[in-house]
Write a protein that binds this ligand. Structure first.
Ligand code: AMP
Length: 630
């Protein structure tokens, strides 16, 4: 059961021109938050929640995103896409573990990209995430009544450069300037104001629907360092739903051994009931439930105890605590050295989760902020600080994994090491091995291992047009620059000749600028399409209302209007019908205008007044539409 929304409805604290919202772009759910006059809060329309499920449904050549897509996912599984975040910035090899669990088709594309196939169309994860961002943006714009152009977007702390870059590209495609990318645990800590304490060690325990992450952060001055992360990308509330469903199944079969519960329909139903039981048990010691399968003449009712749920999920929770121990070890900390624990993710509402986490760290976790909203709220606070120009007060993150290039023998030479505070810059001089070499190939990697084969390739960097010189003479200065979002740009210059060498950076995982621009152009084309379609629907409805008005007023028309005029009206009604059957709103509007002119005298009669006055008002409201849609 959802509680009615009692949250206050007020204005953002920032003037519209400088507003920067925070967006949590999640695997299962996404949402936006901002700082209001009364404080930071998730953005929502009155009487509605702020959450947009990260689910997409392809319908008649366009995307339906959010709750509507989630609700229909069982009816159109072949056109439904979810968990897009798992695909961001990854190649097909990276996804070996994920692909068997995803019901949709993922194909390898050029330059390590993957694409999702829906029918005979394919989409990059960036485009799909952009659709989710657009939906969040649209919801937030409607709630605030103002356009949103800039956002702080969060990513898991372990996201590498390719995954961050993909997230940034998704923002660009969605028409959002991503002013900063912030680590999710850092955002959660900021939401609790832990940044104001200036120093300390924070554990962020994030248990969602399908993933578990533990991050150990160290705060010193205005810098949050991610000391370590651990987790399980396939552990979460979905597993608990499955366990509860299995338990119900056992009970039903004990009673009705003939029941067929493995089929997709009953399986899906049991999972849904399983999730509801699990959620109910976060606020009760036991809960009644019933399963009805009329097709199998089956009706089963029973009671589920919290104790049973706890027994079923305990092994999973123990495994999360094992991850916590590993993360602490990697950070060189003991549980006693943790100053604050923050809970994130919908599954952290389960009382046993809270008890276990409290037992492990020996301190009560911070739970006062809604665990589904805490990351977006922290990002909103960052956005607020950035919008206010208080860069001095803005917390900094660190580079999660070292960046460098491949050197002789496939070794990895680090230019910027992990945990360097961003923005960061490093330069190194390179030279040639062969006489008269005019080009150098540089391979950029990210990781902590000694050999590049164990690191992640981020891109190739080709330096061309060097003047012919003996080997060892050219001095090529390669510069790595990591901006405040943790995103890398590489540049190079040959110093000896003073000649500017031409450089090309080819991302191994990601979209080129040209590709992003093409996707954006397509989106703009579609936007015009969408607007046209919406107008067609509106104009058609209006035409129908006007026709009804004319028919009603017709007896009076016979008295008032000469026959020739009436014939012209009938002919014009046919023209409107024909235009309404087409797809061009401007043509329909033109024919409606003509009809309006011809029927003007009828608008003054009693019968036709309502509809025809409305017609006139409608034309006034839509004057100038042609300009908007052109
Ligand atoms: P998230 O991925 O953070 O959005 O979390 C979604 C997960 O939280 C889903 O598995 C939900 O079933 C679960 N969840 C949401 N509310 C509750 C609750 N009150 N008790 C237990 N689990 C919940």
């Amino acid at each position: 059961m959802t509680e009615p929304d009692k949250r206050p409805e007020t204005k953002p604290a920032e003037p519209p021109a400088s507003l920067i919202v925070g967006i949590d772009l999640g695997t299962t759910n996404s949402l936006a938050a901002a700082v209001f006059e009364h404080g930071p809060e998730a953005i929502h329309k009155p009487g509605q929640g702020p959450i947009v499920p990260s689910v997409l449904l392809r319908k008649e050549g366009r995307w339906v995103v959010g709750e509507a897509a989630r609700a229909q996912r069982t009816e159109a599984p072949e056109r439904t896409v979810f968990s897009v975040k798992r695909l961001m910035g990854r190649d097909i090899q990276d996804l070996a573990e994920d692909l068997p669990r995803l019901p949709y088709t993922v194909e390898a594309a050029q330059r390590g990209l993957v694409k999702v196939r829906v029918g005979d169309e394919t989409f990059t994860p960036q485009e799909l995430s952009a659709e989710i961002l657009k939906a969040v943006k649209r919801e937030a714009e409607e709630a605030l009544g103002m356009p949103i152009e800039r956002a702080v977007v969060t990513v898991p702390a372990y996201f590498d450069d390719a995954q961050r870059q993909a997230t940034r590209d998704a923002g660009r495609i969605a028409g959002l300037e991503v002013v900063r990318i912030v680590n999710e645990p850092t955002a959660a800590a900021i939401a609790y104001g832990l940044d104001e304490q200036q120093r300390g060690t924070v554990a962020v325990y994030d248990l969602g629907g399908g993933t578990f992450d533990i991050s150990i952060l160290e705060l010193s001055g205005s810098v949050f360092k991610v000391l370590s992360t651990h987790g399980d990308t396939h552990l979460g509330g979905d597993d608990f739903d499955h366990e509860v469903a299995q338990e119900i199944k056992r009970r039903i079969l004990a009673d009705r051994p003939d029941a067929e519960l493995e089929r997709p329909g009953p399986s899906m139903l049991l999972r849904k009931i399983g999730e509801q039981i699990k959620i109910d048990l976060s606020g009760a010691d036991e809960t009644p439930f019933s399963v009805e399968l009329p097709g199998q003449n089956l009706q089963f009712s029973d009671v589920f105890a919290a104790e049973t749920l706890n027994r079923l999920i305990e092994p999973y929770l123990d495994s999360t605590l094992e991850s916590c121990r590993k993360a602490l070890d990697a950070a060189g900390k003991t549980p006693e050295q943790i100053d604050d624990v923050v809970l994130v993710g919908g599954s952290s509402r389960i009382p046993l989760v809270r008890r276990k986490v409290e037992g492990f760290f020996g301190r009560r976790p911070n739970v006062s902020i809604d665990p589904d909203e805490v990351v977006a709220i922290g990002a909103g606070v960052q956005g607020h600080l950035l919008a206010g120009g208080r860069r001095d007060y803005v917390l900094l993150d660190v580079i999660p994994l070292s960046l460098g290039i491949e050197t002789l023998g496939g070794t990895f030479s680090k230019l910027i090491t992990a945990n360097t505070t961003i923005p960061a810059q490093a330069t190194e001089l390179f030279t040639t091995y062969v006489d008269n070499q005019t080009g150098v190939d540089l391979n950029i990697y990210q990781g902590e291992r000694e050999f590049v084969r164990d690191c992640r390739n981020l891109g190739r960097f080709k330096l061309k047009g060097l003047p012919a010189m003996p080997a060892g003479l050219p001095k090529v200065e390669v510069a790595f620059l990591v901006d405040a979002n943790g995103i890398l740009t590489v540049s190079a210059v040959e110093q000896r000749s003073g000649q500017e060498a031409r450089i090309e950076v080819i991302p191994s995982h990601g979209l080129t600028n040209a590709e992003i621009e093409r996707i954006m152009d397509e989106a703009i084309e579609h936007a015009v399409d969408d607007l046209n379609q919406r107008q067609m629907v509106e104009f058609r409805n209006m035409a129908q209302a006007v026709f009804q008005g004319i028919e009603k007023a017709w007896p009076e028309a016979e008295e008032m209007l000469p026959k020739a005029q009436r014939v012209r009206i009938r002919a014009q009604m046919e023209m409107v019908k024909r235009a309404a059957a087409g797809e061009n709103p401007i043509a329909l509007r033109f024919e409606m205008d003509q009809l309006g002119e011809l029927t003007r005298p009828l608008a003054d009669t009693n019968m036709g007044r309502a509809a025809l006055t409305e017609l006139r008002k409608f034309f006034e409201d839509h004057s100038g539409d042609e300009h908007d849609s052109g």
